[in-house]
Design a protein. Structure first.
Ligand code: C2E
Ligand code: MG
Ligand code: MG
Ligand code: MG
Length: 287
């Protein structure tokens, strides 16, 4: 009986694998077309300080497909990473973000705002990544001090010496570096000490049920702040969704926030309107 069962299982898995492979190739082709047809777009999510002023934004990619509408990066960035297409997409993101940053420098409502750009591990490990960043800055004329590259802890799983060298070369360009989704990955305290970071972003999963009485996340959120400050990093809380969360984080001493409570990621034009409206008066923060 086992024999027949195994045979069916194998056939089942072969079919499954074939379907997955086909879907994967389809997605790769679709992403390549999307890139050529200019279907990607950057949205911007405001970041605020303790006074409620907008201090910057994070650029977040969206795929706007004529048939399927708006597609979340969670649905295509992992595939793009596996297929290597993330390099071309990431290049487009970097160049587009730098152009935006330059335009912000020339507009009163947005002057001086920083722009955070997500960099995938594969992109960071490109031999000529430094040159690519240099070129994007030169072509756009963006101020490197206002560009923040968001790296993730998965970077640290590989060759730490090389990572530190690349990070140092980036900071020599005066670009700022941030460690995204902090607390979910490979960081050890030893690593943290060696990295030329400007900021860590506490992962939103810790903020989410921080106020739940059984949650240990309150302790984590508290500890990460003092840890980050001890290392001299700015510490940003991600995924702030409610006024209660914001108040609590402020009491703990957090001074940088990003989340739906303030604003979702929005297109460039809307972001400009948001800045005009809220630059000195974000919702829900008393002065
Ligand atoms: P991330 O870099 O950690 O970005 C934060 C994500 O949290 C964004 O999702 C944002 O829309 C979402 N978010 C912000 N505030 C809240 C909140 O209050 N509540 C909740 N539930 N979510 C919130 P998004 O835009 O779907 O992006 C998902 C991930 O995709 C990003 O996570 C990042 O890892 C990746 N990604 C996005 N754009 C790019 C890009 O241009 N390049 C690369 N390599 N990755 C990107
Ligand atoms: Mg990010
Ligand atoms: Mg994050
Ligand atoms: Mg994330």
């Amino acid at each position: 009986q086992a024999k027949q069962g195994d045979g069916n299982q194998t056939a089942f898995y072969d079919a499954r694998a074939a379907t997955i492979a086909r879907e994967y190739i389809q997605l790769h082709t679709a992403l390549l077309q999307a890139l050529n047809k200019n279907e990607f777009s950057l949205f911007y999510q405001p970041q605020t300080n303790a006074q409620g002023q907008v201090i910057g934004a994070e650029a977040l990619i969206r795929w706007i497909n004529p048939e399927k509408g708006l597609i979340s990066p969670l649905h295509f960035i992992p595939a793009a990473e596996r297929s290597g297409l993330i390099l071309a997409i990431g290049e487009w993101v970097l160049q587009t973000a730098c152009m935006t940053l330059r335009s912000w420098q020339e507009t009163t409502a947005t002057r001086g705002l920083s722009l955070s750009v997500n960099v995938s591990t594969r992109q960071f490990y490109q031999e000529d990544f430094i040159d690519r960043v240099t070129k994007a800055l030169q072509l756009s004329g963006a101020n490197p001090r206002l560009l923040k590259l968001e790296l993730t802890e998965s970077l640290l799983a590989d060759d730490l010496n090389r990572v530190v060298d690349t990070m140092k070369a980036l900071t020599n360009l005066n670009v700022r570096l941030s460690l995204d989704d902090f607390g979910t990955g490979y960081s050890s305290l030893q690593y943290l000490q060696r990295l030329p970071l400007h900021q860590i972003k506490v992962d939103q999963s810790f903020i989410k049920d921080m106020l739940n009485s059984h949650s240990k996340n309150e302790a984590i959120v508290r500890t990460v702040l003092s840890l980050g400050e001890a290392f001299g990093f700015e510490v940003m809380a991600e995924g702030v969704e409610t006024l209660d969360q914001l108040k609590f984080l402020q009491q703990l001493g957090y001074r940088q926030f990003q989340g739906y409570y303030f604003c979702r990621p929005i297109p460039k034009d809307q972001f400009l309107d948001y800045c005009k409206q809220y630059n000195y008066n974000s919702p829900g923060i008393r002065h």
